[in-house]
Design a protein around this ligand. Sequence first.
Ligand SMILES: Cc1cc2nc3c(=O)[nH]c(=O)nc-3n(C[C@H](O)[C@H](O)[C@H](O)COP(=O)(O)O)c2cc1C
Ligand code: SF4
Length: 756
Amino acid sequence: MSNFINSLLYGFTNILSVGPEQPIEGQAEQEGCSGSNGEGCCKNRESTATAEQSATRAKSGCCQEESAGDACCSSSSVALDGITATTISATKREDGCCQSTTGKSSCACESASNEPVIIENLKIIFSTLTGTAKTMAKEMQDKIEANDRVTVHNVKVMDVTEYDNDNLLQETAICVFILSTYNVEGPLDWFSNWLHDLRYDFRVDRDALKKLRYAVCGLGDSAYGDEFNVAANNIDKWLGRLGATRIYPLGECDKNADQKGQFDVWSNGFVSELEDKHSLEFSPTNFAFQSDDEDDQESAGEEEGGQPDINIDENGSGDEMVDLEDMGNMASKIKAAKAKRAEEEEDFEISKAKAKRLIGTDVGNKPKTAPQAREMVSPMILKNLTKQGYKVIGSHSGVKICRWTKSALRGRGFCYKHAFYGIQSHLCMETTPSLACANKCVFCWRHHTNPVGTTWRWKVDDPQFILDGAMENHYKMIKQLKGVPGVKAERFQEAFTIRHCALSLVGEPIFYPHINEFVTKLHENNISSFLVTNAQFPDKIAEMVPVTQLYVSVDAATKDSLKKIDRPLFRDFWERFLNCLEQLSLKGQRTVYRMTLVKGHNTAEIDGYVELIRRGKPSFIEVKGVTYCGYSGASDLTMANVPFHVEVIDFCRQLVAKLDGDYEISAEHAHSCSLLIAHKDFKINGEWYTHIDYPKFFELVKSGKSFTSLDYMAKTPDWALHGHEAAGFDPNETRHYRKNRKTVVPPTIPDMTTTA
Ligand SMILES: Cc1cc2nc3c(=O)[nH]c(=O)nc-3n(C[C@H](O)[C@H](O)[C@H](O)COP(=O)(O)O)c2cc1C
Ligand code: SF4
């Protein structure tokens, strides 16, 4: 121990006039407060200090003066930071150690030792929809691994959906939770639901999580008012109340402010805390009903119908024996206890209401009035969707003009549906009666706008209202295009009679509770229906009335890659997906698999796709290269993931080769990197019939009789066939090339001269 510290301590105790006249023997050792004489400074101090100035040993091993307030802290921190006593202040922490306000390491006792703290396992568990929590979890991992004062043998970053909840009861790793709050269903719900049940299940021990040490940091947005970080708050509270030891306070980072900066401050603080091995000790003060707030002590027994610590009757009197002179004190204690309990009850009701909204299930045993169904589209989502060009109809539907409509109005070509099925883009309305869906696909969830959910929990608009609103808004948008140079008057006029409806914009149309009525109304208006579902609602597919063409998105061929690409909310997403394909095989009308190839993600799973095709027996398989449109942080896709047209062709050839001769590549639309694989049922006398006889379809629907896909097919024009030089571009249209278009040389695929 240097004379410097000795003299500081000596000088400091003199200033306060409470310390010994001589330097304290124990504190004069290299280890800091704890001296070599067994009890160290405390004993020493007790023996030298006056009766009023006795000291006790804090958990840290540090000597804590009972009467000197923060005195020792100041002196220790001075010693620690190596600056003079007047320039630095410090406060005493709960464990009796000194925390310097400079933010440097804390206690003289600890800092004197250079031994790093050793931690065996640490898990950083995140929940995220748009990626922020995951990024922060990884940053935290780096920070911990780079810290040489703490050695953590195994730092693991994992998604909360991969964590087996039951492990929490035996968890020996320190767990850091970085959790984003969503007021819609999300990946945290299952964990949150489970933990909530554990917390309020009377059969579960109040210290069920006593083996767990944890810290929670929430990511949220203060624009959500009292729902700001509600999930992290609840989880932090429930963990504490189940006996887990909170080793660092809850962090709350706000997207509406400097969320990243706030997280950095929190994570730095947490990592410094790891440097203090005493703060990692299991702390009985955190246990169960004495856990994270004192109020919980008394209410804990009541919620489960057990006995509270003090029985208080209607009149507020306890049944404990009380001395007369203590009556005054006791009365005020009882009053305070009653008030606390009322507060706690209120808190519990609020938590229940919030949890209910968060997890979509009823919790607790005294439900209040049923919550009002809320609007699916919040003002924030509305703002974002509007910015992206969507017109929102009512509270859950949307319509948008696609770029091909504009192109068709100018005579510059139609989308791939023209080549494959005879649809003219300027006669087509793209809409959805449900902006919400049960996935967060990497290639769609880029603007973080559409709401997600596994059950419909919103207000329901009437189908006629949605159809009227969609058509009205569609026509308004068409009108706005009349000033666009090159718009052909004839096409402009035609566009005011919608002939087709693509139910595929964003979201999950089949989710809408009145989808059958909606589709029926389309058909009554001679509007064809192309409905795309993301294959998560098999019952809905089974209940679906005939549509002109029913699609399922098949974004991956294996459970793992489907999870990565579609990021489904359902835990049994794979079973749901397979079930949907089976339901599809039972439909009589035209069915289509829509496959979006994302290079490096789903292009190498040919055998898996073959199995899926055998299961669902679709009439057609549309294969399209993913379109790159500047993905944000929610997705790590780049141009490198966008396949060339030749690569899409190569993929289709490989696929067809394994389908026992049942399917062939029929049509193509090179412009959008799309190919159509068709079942050979649609090849009559060597000619393809992939197009649709729309009037015939309406006739069949109106007849009320059952019919099949083969009853309303029409011949495919030559220019649309795969291998034709037009490559799916209608020769009656004018091809338009963008100026300054970069020519990128596609890769050479061996044996591309023969077509399947
Ligand atoms: C649909 C939606 C709902 C949200 N709901 C809440 C909420 O109820 N409370 C809150 O604090 N933040 C809410 N947020 C904000 C997110 O929690 C915040 O943006 C967070 O940083 C996202 O983190 P992530 O990228 O890890 O998913 C919501 C965001 C979206 C897009
Ligand atoms: S299913 Fe559709 S709307 Fe939902 S995330 Fe995927 S692409 Fe987007």
